[in-house]
Ligand binder design. Structure first.
Ligand SMILES: [Zn+2]
Ligand SMILES: [Zn+2]
Length: 169
């Protein structure tokens, strides 16, 4: 028996969605980590994943900003006496801080999620580092900005991925 795509009745296909089992053509299929799915199933899945309330955006942003402000200041304080080792120290602290900020923010959000929530929470990392960065910009001392740069470079993607559920090792 030949099956036809549920959206394109003129296209023959042997591919089926692994969730709803409807036949679908290659154009209608989406490759997911668990196999091929139709676009309808992907869309319903997305809705389930989008559970954020308006206050979650505030919680996410404030939590990440405050914690990032602390991390940014710690890195700045240590850079005053770490000397050459600051290259390693900055990366290590940035990584540790990002993991911690990701975990704490994730806990405060109680598992509620949406793509915009992750983006807004992550932008708190940049906001939190701004006071230190702006201070150095205005006083014209650019060397300490390197450590803030490293911090953002490491922490921004790490926090985003830890919130959105991807893991980077
Ligand atoms: Zn389906
Ligand atoms: Zn189709």
């Amino acid at each position: 028996m030949t099956t036809y795509c549920k959206n394109h009745p003129q296209i023959e296909t042997s591919l089926r969605c692994n969730r709803c089992d409807e036949p679908m053509c290659t154009k209608c299929s989406v490759h997911t980590p668990t196999g091929y799915r139709c676009k309808d199933c992907i869309n319903t899945q997305k809705k389930i994943f989008d559970t954020a309330e308006w206050y979650d955006y505030v919680i996410g942003l404030v939590t990440a900003t405050v914690l990032s402000l602390i991390a940014s200041n710690i890195i700045n304080a240590i850079s005053l006496f770490a000397g050459f080792f600051m290259w390693f120290v900055a990366i290590a602290i940035a990584g540790g801080a990002a993991t911690l900020i990701g975990k704490i923010t994730h806990r405060f959000l109680r598992g509620r999620r949406s793509k915009n929530l992750f983006i807004i929470s992550t932008s708190g990392i940049v906001l939190g580092a701004l006071p230190v960065i702006l201070t150095f910009l205005f006083t014209g001392s650019f060397y300490p900005l390197i450590w803030q740069g490293i911090y953002l470079f490491v922490a921004v993607p790490a926090v985003f991925y830890s919130l959105s559920g991807f893991r980077i090792k």
